[in-house]
Ligand binder design. Structure first.
Ligand SMILES: Nc1nc2c(ncn2[C@@H]2O[C@H](COP(=O)(O)OP(=O)(O)O)[C@@H](O)[C@H]2O)c(=O)[nH]1
Ligand SMILES: [Mg+2]
Length: 239
Protein backbone atom coordinates (compact mmCIF):
# COMPACT_ATOMS: atom_id res chain seq x y z
CA UNK A 1 0.00 0.00 0.00
CA UNK A 2 1.33 3.44 -0.88
CA UNK A 3 0.61 6.24 1.49
CA UNK A 4 0.30 9.69 0.04
CA UNK A 5 1.58 12.83 1.70
CA UNK A 6 -0.91 15.31 3.09
CA UNK A 7 0.31 18.60 1.68
CA UNK A 8 -1.30 22.01 1.27
CA UNK A 9 0.39 24.44 -1.11
CA UNK A 10 -0.37 28.08 -0.26
CA UNK A 11 0.08 30.40 -3.26
CA UNK A 12 -0.39 34.17 -3.17
CA UNK A 13 -1.53 35.71 -6.44
CA UNK A 14 -1.62 39.18 -7.87
CA UNK A 15 -2.28 39.31 -11.62
CA UNK A 16 -1.39 35.70 -12.44
CA UNK A 17 -4.34 34.89 -14.71
CA UNK A 18 -2.29 33.00 -17.29
CA UNK A 19 0.05 31.26 -14.87
CA UNK A 20 -2.30 29.98 -12.17
CA UNK A 21 -4.16 27.31 -14.21
CA UNK A 22 -0.85 25.79 -15.35
CA UNK A 23 0.48 25.75 -11.81
CA UNK A 24 -2.72 24.32 -10.32
CA UNK A 25 -2.88 21.48 -12.85
CA UNK A 26 0.74 20.57 -12.18
CA UNK A 27 0.41 20.67 -8.38
CA UNK A 28 -2.96 18.92 -8.23
CA UNK A 29 -1.75 16.26 -10.64
CA UNK A 30 0.03 14.84 -7.59
CA UNK A 31 -1.94 12.77 -5.17
CA UNK A 32 -2.05 14.06 -1.64
CA UNK A 33 -1.57 17.69 -2.69
CA UNK A 34 -4.14 20.47 -2.24
CA UNK A 35 -3.90 24.21 -2.87
CA UNK A 36 -4.97 27.41 -1.21
CA UNK A 37 -4.84 30.42 -3.53
CA UNK A 38 -4.71 33.77 -1.74
CA UNK A 39 -5.73 36.42 -4.25
CA UNK A 40 -5.49 40.11 -3.51
CA UNK A 41 -8.33 41.30 -5.72
CA UNK A 42 -6.16 41.03 -8.85
CA UNK A 43 -7.39 43.54 -11.45
CA UNK A 44 -6.71 41.00 -14.23
CA UNK A 45 -9.38 38.61 -12.96
CA UNK A 46 -7.10 35.99 -11.37
CA UNK A 47 -9.69 35.61 -8.58
CA UNK A 48 -12.36 34.43 -11.04
CA UNK A 49 -9.85 32.09 -12.70
CA UNK A 50 -9.10 30.64 -9.26
CA UNK A 51 -12.82 30.21 -8.53
CA UNK A 52 -13.21 28.28 -11.79
CA UNK A 53 -10.31 26.03 -10.76
CA UNK A 54 -12.00 25.42 -7.41
CA UNK A 55 -15.03 24.12 -9.33
CA UNK A 56 -12.82 22.02 -11.57
CA UNK A 57 -11.00 20.50 -8.57
CA UNK A 58 -13.65 20.19 -5.86
CA UNK A 59 -12.24 19.80 -2.38
CA UNK A 60 -8.68 20.19 -3.66
CA UNK A 61 -8.35 23.88 -4.41
CA UNK A 62 -9.67 26.62 -2.19
CA UNK A 63 -9.60 30.37 -2.84
CA UNK A 64 -9.23 33.16 -0.34
CA UNK A 65 -10.27 36.55 -1.73
CA UNK A 66 -8.57 39.28 0.23
CA UNK A 67 -9.80 42.85 0.40
CA UNK A 68 -8.12 45.88 1.92
CA UNK A 69 -4.38 46.43 1.97
CA UNK A 70 -2.62 44.07 -0.38
CA UNK A 71 0.76 42.48 0.12
CA UNK A 72 2.70 39.24 -0.16
CA UNK A 73 3.42 39.00 3.55
CA UNK A 74 -0.12 39.87 4.58
CA UNK A 75 -1.45 37.29 2.14
CA UNK A 76 0.84 34.62 3.55
CA UNK A 77 -0.15 35.45 7.13
CA UNK A 78 -3.83 35.02 6.23
CA UNK A 79 -3.22 31.92 4.12
CA UNK A 80 -0.94 30.15 6.58
CA UNK A 81 -3.29 30.86 9.48
CA UNK A 82 -6.15 29.41 7.48
CA UNK A 83 -4.02 26.37 6.62
CA UNK A 84 -3.48 25.71 10.33
CA UNK A 85 -7.00 26.53 11.51
CA UNK A 86 -9.10 24.93 8.80
CA UNK A 87 -7.10 22.07 7.25
CA UNK A 88 -5.40 18.95 8.55
CA UNK A 89 -2.40 19.25 6.22
CA UNK A 90 0.76 17.77 7.73
CA UNK A 91 3.03 19.73 5.41
CA UNK A 92 2.30 23.30 4.37
CA UNK A 93 4.20 24.74 1.40
CA UNK A 94 4.67 28.29 0.20
CA UNK A 95 5.00 28.71 -3.54
CA UNK A 96 4.88 31.52 -6.14
CA UNK A 97 2.18 31.33 -8.82
CA UNK A 98 4.32 32.50 -11.73
CA UNK A 99 5.90 29.07 -12.50
CA UNK A 100 9.33 30.20 -11.28
CA UNK A 101 8.94 27.47 -8.67
CA UNK A 102 8.70 24.19 -10.58
CA UNK A 103 6.18 21.84 -8.93
CA UNK A 104 8.47 18.93 -9.80
CA UNK A 105 10.55 19.89 -6.75
CA UNK A 106 7.63 19.53 -4.34
CA UNK A 107 8.43 15.88 -3.51
CA UNK A 108 12.06 16.85 -2.73
CA UNK A 109 10.89 19.53 -0.30
CA UNK A 110 8.34 17.19 1.25
CA UNK A 111 10.93 14.41 1.64
CA UNK A 112 13.41 16.75 3.32
CA UNK A 113 10.68 17.84 5.73
CA UNK A 114 11.02 14.41 7.32
CA UNK A 115 14.36 15.67 8.67
CA UNK A 116 13.82 19.42 8.95
CA UNK A 117 11.11 21.64 10.41
CA UNK A 118 11.23 23.93 7.42
CA UNK A 119 12.83 23.27 4.05
CA UNK A 120 13.80 26.00 1.60
CA UNK A 121 13.82 25.43 -2.16
CA UNK A 122 17.20 27.07 -2.61
CA UNK A 123 18.69 28.81 -5.64
CA UNK A 124 22.14 29.17 -4.12
CA UNK A 125 23.22 25.70 -3.02
CA UNK A 126 25.16 24.88 -6.17
CA UNK A 127 26.49 28.23 -7.30
CA UNK A 128 23.62 30.26 -8.71
CA UNK A 129 20.69 28.29 -10.16
CA UNK A 130 18.62 31.00 -11.77
CA UNK A 131 17.44 31.07 -15.38
CA UNK A 132 16.53 34.22 -17.35
CA UNK A 133 17.46 36.84 -14.81
CA UNK A 134 19.43 39.87 -15.97
CA UNK A 135 22.84 40.12 -14.36
CA UNK A 136 21.84 43.04 -12.11
CA UNK A 137 19.02 41.02 -10.59
CA UNK A 138 21.35 38.10 -9.84
CA UNK A 139 23.79 40.48 -8.14
CA UNK A 140 21.00 42.12 -6.20
CA UNK A 141 19.66 38.80 -4.90
CA UNK A 142 23.13 37.46 -4.11
CA UNK A 143 24.04 40.67 -2.30
CA UNK A 144 20.73 40.67 -0.40
CA UNK A 145 21.42 37.15 0.84
CA UNK A 146 24.98 37.96 1.94
CA UNK A 147 23.71 41.06 3.72
CA UNK A 148 20.87 39.22 5.46
CA UNK A 149 23.17 36.40 6.57
CA UNK A 150 25.73 38.86 7.89
CA UNK A 151 23.23 40.97 9.82
CA UNK A 152 20.95 38.25 11.16
CA UNK A 153 23.47 35.37 11.43
CA UNK A 154 20.97 33.15 9.66
CA UNK A 155 22.84 30.31 7.93
CA UNK A 156 20.74 29.24 4.90
CA UNK A 157 22.21 30.15 1.50
CA UNK A 158 18.84 31.37 0.22
CA UNK A 159 16.93 33.37 2.82
CA UNK A 160 14.69 35.13 0.30
CA UNK A 161 13.34 32.14 -1.59
CA UNK A 162 9.55 31.97 -1.43
CA UNK A 163 9.52 28.23 -2.11
CA UNK A 164 9.29 26.51 1.26
CA UNK A 165 7.81 23.54 3.04
CA UNK A 166 6.87 23.61 6.71
CA UNK A 167 6.02 20.84 9.07
CA UNK A 168 2.67 21.69 10.54
CA UNK A 169 3.85 21.71 14.16
CA UNK A 170 6.74 24.08 13.37
CA UNK A 171 4.49 26.51 11.52
CA UNK A 172 2.02 26.40 14.40
CA UNK A 173 4.78 27.73 16.71
CA UNK A 174 5.40 30.78 14.54
CA UNK A 175 4.09 34.18 15.69
CA UNK A 176 2.02 34.80 12.56
CA UNK A 177 -0.04 37.48 14.29
CA UNK A 178 3.06 39.51 15.08
CA UNK A 179 4.81 39.56 11.74
CA UNK A 180 5.73 43.11 10.84
CA UNK A 181 7.07 42.92 7.32
CA UNK A 182 5.86 42.31 3.80
CA UNK A 183 7.55 41.29 0.54
CA UNK A 184 10.96 39.59 0.75
CA UNK A 185 11.43 40.91 4.26
CA UNK A 186 8.50 38.79 5.37
CA UNK A 187 10.32 35.69 4.14
CA UNK A 188 13.41 36.71 6.11
CA UNK A 189 11.37 37.45 9.22
CA UNK A 190 9.77 33.99 9.08
CA UNK A 191 13.18 32.32 8.94
CA UNK A 192 14.51 34.53 11.72
CA UNK A 193 11.62 33.57 13.98
CA UNK A 194 11.94 29.91 13.03
CA UNK A 195 15.64 29.96 13.87
CA UNK A 196 15.00 31.68 17.23
CA UNK A 197 12.52 28.95 18.06
CA UNK A 198 15.10 26.28 17.42
CA UNK A 199 13.56 25.03 14.18
CA UNK A 200 15.83 22.89 12.03
CA UNK A 201 16.11 24.72 8.70
CA UNK A 202 17.09 22.67 5.63
CA UNK A 203 17.59 23.47 1.96
CA UNK A 204 17.09 21.48 -1.22
CA UNK A 205 18.36 22.72 -4.57
CA UNK A 206 15.97 24.17 -7.13
CA UNK A 207 16.49 25.84 -10.46
CA UNK A 208 14.50 29.08 -10.43
CA UNK A 209 13.15 30.13 -13.83
CA UNK A 210 12.03 33.74 -14.22
CA UNK A 211 8.41 34.15 -15.22
CA UNK A 212 7.37 34.28 -18.89
CA UNK A 213 3.87 35.68 -18.34
CA UNK A 214 2.90 38.74 -16.36
CA UNK A 215 5.15 41.02 -14.37
CA UNK A 216 7.19 40.89 -11.19
CA UNK A 217 5.72 42.99 -8.40
CA UNK A 218 9.05 43.75 -6.77
CA UNK A 219 9.22 47.47 -6.10
CA UNK A 220 11.89 49.74 -4.71
CA UNK A 221 9.95 50.02 -1.43
CA UNK A 222 9.96 46.21 -1.10
CA UNK A 223 13.72 46.23 -1.66
CA UNK A 224 14.27 49.07 0.80
CA UNK A 225 12.27 47.19 3.42
CA UNK A 226 14.48 44.14 2.97
CA UNK A 227 17.55 46.26 3.82
CA UNK A 228 16.00 47.66 6.99
CA UNK A 229 14.14 44.67 8.40
CA UNK A 230 17.21 42.49 9.15
CA UNK A 231 18.47 45.24 11.48
CA UNK A 232 15.07 45.66 13.03
CA UNK A 233 14.92 41.93 13.72
CA UNK A 234 18.30 41.72 15.42
CA UNK A 235 17.90 44.94 17.37
CA UNK A 236 14.41 44.32 18.66
CA UNK A 237 14.06 40.58 18.90
CA UNK A 238 17.40 39.03 19.70
CA UNK A 239 17.40 37.52 23.14
N1 LIG B 1 -1.72 38.02 -2.81
C1 LIG B 1 -0.65 38.70 -3.26
N2 LIG B 1 0.27 38.06 -4.02
C2 LIG B 1 1.34 38.77 -4.47
C3 LIG B 1 1.54 40.14 -4.16
N3 LIG B 1 2.70 40.55 -4.76
C4 LIG B 1 3.20 39.46 -5.37
N4 LIG B 1 2.39 38.39 -5.21
C5 LIG B 1 2.58 37.01 -5.68
O1 LIG B 1 3.77 36.53 -5.08
C6 LIG B 1 4.48 35.70 -5.99
C7 LIG B 1 5.88 36.28 -6.24
O2 LIG B 1 5.75 37.56 -6.79
P1 LIG B 1 6.69 38.11 -7.97
O3 LIG B 1 6.19 39.45 -8.31
O4 LIG B 1 6.78 37.09 -9.04
O5 LIG B 1 8.06 38.27 -7.23
P2 LIG B 1 9.51 37.88 -7.79
O6 LIG B 1 9.45 36.46 -8.25
O7 LIG B 1 10.41 38.08 -6.63
O8 LIG B 1 9.76 38.83 -8.91
C8 LIG B 1 3.60 35.63 -7.24
O9 LIG B 1 2.77 34.50 -7.13
C9 LIG B 1 2.80 36.90 -7.16
O10 LIG B 1 1.56 36.83 -7.86
C10 LIG B 1 0.53 40.80 -3.39
O11 LIG B 1 0.61 41.99 -3.08
N5 LIG B 1 -0.51 40.03 -2.94
MG1 LIG C 1 8.32 35.84 -9.68
Amino acid sequence: MTTHPNVLVVTPTYNERDNLPLLARAVLGREGYRMLVVDDGSPDGTGAVADALAVEFPGRLEVMHRTGARGLGRSYVDGLRHALASTDAELICQMDADLSHNPDYLPDLAAAAATYDVVIGSRYLNGVSVVNWPLHRIFLSAFANQYIRAVTRLTPRDCTSGYRCWRRNALARMPLDRMVSDGYAFLVEMLFEASRRGCRIGETPIIFVERRQGQSKVSSSVLAESLIVPWRLVLTRSS
